[in-house]
Design a protein around this ligand. Structure first.
Ligand code: SF4
Ligand code: ZN
Length: 339
């Protein structure tokens, strides 16, 4: 892809020095619907303010604007403790806890090993499942075993695999690791008795709608057996990214929700024993995955139900006049004609 565009955008994206005191304030916290052991539950979600993803400084992924929520330096253990302490005031015993860092929870530069263990201990005996995200290079026995010990419940390690096609992952998305490295990390996670989750990206830049669906479906097929759960994440336009640069020049449209429906329906039979979910960000909005506007809420609700209940048969009944437009696009886009 355009390396110079990536470099310019990465430079713009670098955060300004954090204002005083912000290192003791987390980025965001909320609760959301989830499913655990076949039942719907509430999940407690916390985004910590850390140094952020090192890869965002090196090159950055084409759709990722998370660097804007970071400190630009490592947070101290005391600063992380202050963030966690204030978030815990709003914790009401939700059984599923998700800790995000806008990067890798297992990277010592973002969250030091002592703070990681302290966070896991804070939820010991209170939550049943603890999820965090990481790049594959930090998936090791020495990073994971202390957390398994400290938490005591189910630890779920999520990776942004995005695509199992090397060309797509490295050239269109700009990830620094190969698909094989993500799959091997999934195997290491499971070998320790932990749950491995993979995010797959729907519609990286430079793919047509039809190619994007194929990319996700093929990725589920290839990665099944290495992960316990797949989450399909349709692109939404984040500030300061290559995708935004293309979007502002009319060269990128976020995926249609029909593409997401198709990817979910087709992946359902290829995922093996893994869970398959999608909880789109900015669904129905111009900068997120959307259809015609009149059917978006209905389609999003059906996707959420399918994800929570793992029942995908209801998706086939969805329809709207815009589904024909989307189908026509699938036929015309490859030959350069817009529907
Ligand atoms: S998508 Fe992940 S690896 Fe890529 S820049 Fe963002 S946080 Fe880093
Ligand atoms: Zn519609």
């Amino acid at each position: 892809m355009g390396g110079s565009v990536a470099r310019v955008v990465a430079r713009d994206r670098r955060p300004d020095p954090a204002p005083p005191g912000s290192a003791r304030r987390y980025v965001n916290q909320w609760t959301e619907d989830e499913a655990l052991d076949g039942a719907r539950v509430r999940a407690f979600v916390l985004i910590l303010r850390t140094r952020g993803c090192y890869w965002a400084d090196v090159k950055g992924c084409s759709m990722c604007g998370y660097a804007r929520d970071t400190l630009g330096r490592s947070a101290t253990a005391a600063e992380i403790a202050a963030q966690v302490e204030s978030a815990l005031r709003d914790y009401r015993g939700e059984p599923y806890v998700k800790i995000y860092t806008s990067g890798s929870f297992l990277d010592d530069r973002e969250v030091d090993p002592g703070s990681r263990v302290a966070i896991a201990q804070a939820f010991h005996g209170r939550a049943r499942r603890l999820l965090f995200e990481t790049l594959p290079e930090f998936v090791r026995d020495d990073t994971l075993l202390p957390l398994r010990e400290a938490f005591g419940g189910e630890v779920e390690v999520a990776q942004g695999l995005e695509s199992t096609q090397p060309e797509v992952l490295n050239r269109l998305i700009n990830k620094g690791s190969t698909p094989a490295e993500y799959l091997a990390a999934g195997d290491r996670i499971r070998a320790l008795g932990l749950r491995a989750k993979a995010y797959l990206l729907l519609k990286p830049p430079y793919l047509t709608e039809a190619e994007a669906v194929e990319d996700v479906v093929r990725s589920v097929e290839v990665a099944a057996g290495h992960f316990d759960a797949f989450s399909i994440n349709p692109v939404h336009i984040q500030g300061g990214t290559v995708v935004e640069w293309l979007y502002q020049r009319g060269r990128y449209r976020p995926p249609w929700l029909w593409s997401l429906v198709s990817a979910m329906e087709r992946s359902a039979s290829l995922r093996g024993a893994a869970r398959l979910v999608t909880f789109p960000t900015a669904g129905g909005l111009p900068r997120g995955p959307h259809n015609c506007g009149s059917c978006d809420a209905r389609v999003l609700a059906a996707l959420e139900s399918a994800s929570l209940d793992q029942r995908f048969d209801g998706l086939a009944a969805l329809d709207c006049t815009c589904r024909a437009d989307w189908r026509a696009l699938g036929e015309l886009e490859p030959i350069g004609v817009e529907a």
